[in-house]
Design a binder for this molecule. Structure first.
Ligand code: SF4
Ligand code: SF4
Length: 506
């Protein structure tokens, strides 16, 4: 056990070093090299951060399916290849695809991406083709195309399958990815250090200094990550959640709560609101301390093996609670929990437990409506607008439940936003890996958010909240960004009703 822990730390230190090296390489050396090369030969625009096919980037857009560069004739094993056949190339999904909308490139539409997957499955396009890599990773995996598709194409499963067969571009990138996604996000001590370090960084004044001097500007990706850091509230060290909180009044259910990885450090108040609201609605809430990361980010980036290992661990841990439901307050995590059955369908030991686990998984808004919300009584006088998180609206098909809950809050005025179902550009780690595209998508979102005239923007996913806060901050707009359960907790007067040490309700 001790040896395993040491192993994780060694992997994380090596990976973090590799990550810094990658930033430095990407930020300084590669750019300097490009500048040097552009003097000796004309710039083609291909492959640069700014050359991601955005208008004016200088890259020749691959706009016609016949222009896809082909290589190799040996069919490779494409996971879930049979799903490709469901696409009839009608194009009805195109108007709903944010990347197609921004780039206007067929290969960056759902139809174009599925066509490229088909070529790969048939051995007519190599999975390490840089164009294939680019178009597949420029996808947000927002799954808006799934909602729009009349043929029932399971696009999310397809794009994750495509990512699983694309080889990493470099060992450095692979080491960095593994260190963060497979190591840090599943280690409580490292997550706690990230939380503490980020709060110290903000409260010591170092953040203001870095931002005012532009110290990180020469290292774009690091600078980008820094600019995304939300304003962190609460005490320097996040107190662990109570392992059990008893139901208020008649008990209606026993639920086990998945508290999240980075969200538990960045939005601890939302986790406490979640527990308080569940308890106010007659739930015993168990928060298993040995739970792990859900595996969503790993699965979305194509690392299905790590996602499967995380899923097996959580299935064991949550099964032991004997809970009726497994609840998440994060759209991305909840969507992943519901996919455990599919993820482990071929595992002889875990296929059945995974399917049973998925049946019990619920988003908090879904469960509260299912149980029947106990009417909150406290006034919450805000004018709010609601952003549909992609993995809630498109991944879990949950659209009405959050709105129904918000409508029950006394004093709350809800203003619907134009295209609330449109991705905000967060998409897991997309806002770090695809900063230019992410900003273009965020720009469209911000226009619609600001046009509502609301004073609060609500989203049921921590990644969306980080992205929206970033968008508001960059534009100097003062608007609160919160999770719907934060307002519900206020409406129950419940946000202060958990003591931070013991866990029993006062
Ligand atoms: S994914 Fe669906 S909507 Fe889009 S082109 Fe294929 S069949 Fe048509
Ligand atoms: S998942 Fe989103 S970004 Fe990707 S193809 Fe579908 S609609 Fe476009």
């Amino acid at each position: 056990m001790k040896l395993k822990r040491v192993g994780v730390w060694v992997a994380v230190v090596i990976g973090a070093t590799a990550l810094v090296a990658d930033y430095v390489y990407d930020g300084l050396l590669r750019r300097s090299l490009r500048r040097l090369l552009s003097v000796v030969r004309p710039e083609t625009g291909d492959g640069d951060q700014a050359g991601d096919g955005l208008p004016g980037s200088g890259e020749p857009a691959v706009s016609n399916i016949s222009e896809v560069p082909k290589s190799g004739e040996t069919p490779i094993e494409f996971p879930n290849a049979e799903l490709i056949r469901a696409c009839v190339h009608c194009g009805l999904c195109l108007p709903f695809c944010p990347t197609y909308n921004v780039l206007g490139v067929e290969m960056d539409s759902p139809r174009g991406r599925i066509y490229q997957m088909k070529l790969v499955a048939e051995g007519k396009l190599s999975p390490d083709n840089p164009h294939f890599h680019k178009h597949i990773y420029q996808c947000l995996d927002c799954r808006a195309c799934e909602t729009a598709c009349p043929s029932g194409v399971q696009y999310g499963r397809l794009v994750e399958a495509a990512r699983s067969i694309i080889p990493p571009r470099s060992n450095v990138e692979e080491a960095a990815r593994r260190a963060i996604l497979a190591g840090a996000l599943n280690s409580d001590p490292i997550l706690a250090m990230i939380g503490l370090g980020s709060r110290l960084y903000q409260r010591s004044g170092l953040q203001s200094l870095v931002r005012s001097t532009g110290l990180l500007r020469p290292i774009p990706r690091l600078n980008r990550m820094e600019s995304m850091l939300p304003e962190l509230e609460g005490s320097l060290v996040v107190a662990p959640l109570p392992p059990i909180v008893r139901a208020e009044g008649r008990r209606r259910a026993r639920v086990a709560f998945l508290s999240g990885c980075i969200a538990a450090q960045f939005f601890p108040q939302t986790n406490r609101s979640t527990i308080a609201v569940l308890a106010a609605n007659g739930c015993d809430v168990l928060t298993p301390p040995d739970q792990g990361c859900c595996g969503a980010l790993q699965n979305h980036s194509g690392d299905r093996e790590t996602a499967k290992n995380f899923a097996r661990h959580n299935i064991d841990v949550f099964e032991r609670t004997g809970a009726d439901y497994y609840v998440s307050n994060s759209a991305g995590c909840g969507s992943m929990l519901k996919e455990y059955g599919e993820l482990l369908a071929d595992d002889p030991l875990y296929a059945a437990p995974a399917a049973a686990f998925a049946d019990k998984a619920r988003d908090i808004t879904e469960l509260l409506v299912e149980l029947g919300l106990r009417p909150p009584t406290h006034q919450v006088a805000v004018r709010a607008t609601y952003q549909d998180a992609c993995h809630l609206r498109h991944g879990q098909k949950i659209k009405d439940q959050p709105r129904e809950l918000l409508a029950a809050i006394p004093g709350l005025e809800i203003v619907e936003m134009t295209r609330s179902e449109w991705c905000c550009g967060s998409a897991g780690i997309y806002n770090v890996t695809q900063p230019v595209l992410s900003e273009s998508i965020l720009e469209m979102k911000m226009e619609n958010v600001i046009a509502t005239g609301a004073d609060t923007i609500l989203a049921a996913n921590p990644g969306c909240l980080i992205q929206l806060q970033h968008g508001l901050r960059e534009r100097g707009v003062h608007m609160r960004a919160a999770h719907p359960v934060d307002l519900l907790a206020e409406a129950y007067g419940a946000d202060e009703r958990l003591d931070s040490n013991g866990g029993e309700r006062k």
